[in-house]
Design a protein. Structure first.
Length: 151
């Protein structure tokens, strides 16, 4: 695993899918903006799109510090007196509160409960959005209107 926050130019180029120019851009971004909090932050780099990110994810890490942890999120629509949705995803600090960003999807499992496990920073705030990609539809869940928080 290559840590994108500490890797040098040569180490980044050893990642299949990252060439010299992209490696240089990663280092420049890191120098100007600080460490990457999430792998998805690499989408800010010219030359890294969604497909490239998916292909390089198994080879890289943003660091597995104490503040980043595997977090399982579960959502049971029945608990909120909701009909079963078609799709569910997280919207929060990890994706700049963009309701159209569905890179944190929950998957329908047993008993009509939606869930998935993500690497999230401790203290990350989020809401669970269902069947929507807009705040205007008010199809999101946070306890009593508050944000949910990774503990």
């Amino acid at each position: 695993m290559i840590n994108i926050n500490t890797a040098n130019l040569k180490e980044l180029q050893n990642v299949k899918g990252i060439g010299q120019k992209t490696a240089e851009s990663i280092i420049e971004y890191r120098n100007n903006n600080g460490e990457f909090s999430y792998l998805r932050d690499l989408l800010e780099i010219n030359g890294i799109g969604a497909k490239t990110l998916e292909s390089i994810k198994p080879q890289i890490t943003a660091g597995e510090g104490d503040d980043i942890k595997n977090t399982t999120i579960e959502f049971n629509p029945e608990e909120y007196d909701l009909d079963q949705p078609e799709q569910v995803h997280l919207v929060g600090s990890m994706n700049n509160w963009d309701p159209a960003d569905k890179s944190y999807p929950l998957k329908k499992g047993e008993g009509e409960v939606w869930k998935n496990t993500f690497k999230l920073k401790e203290g990350a705030e989020y809401k669970i959005m269902y069947d929507s990609s807009s705040w205007e539809e008010d199809k999101h869940v946070g306890y009593y209107g508050s944000n949910l928080v990774v503990e």
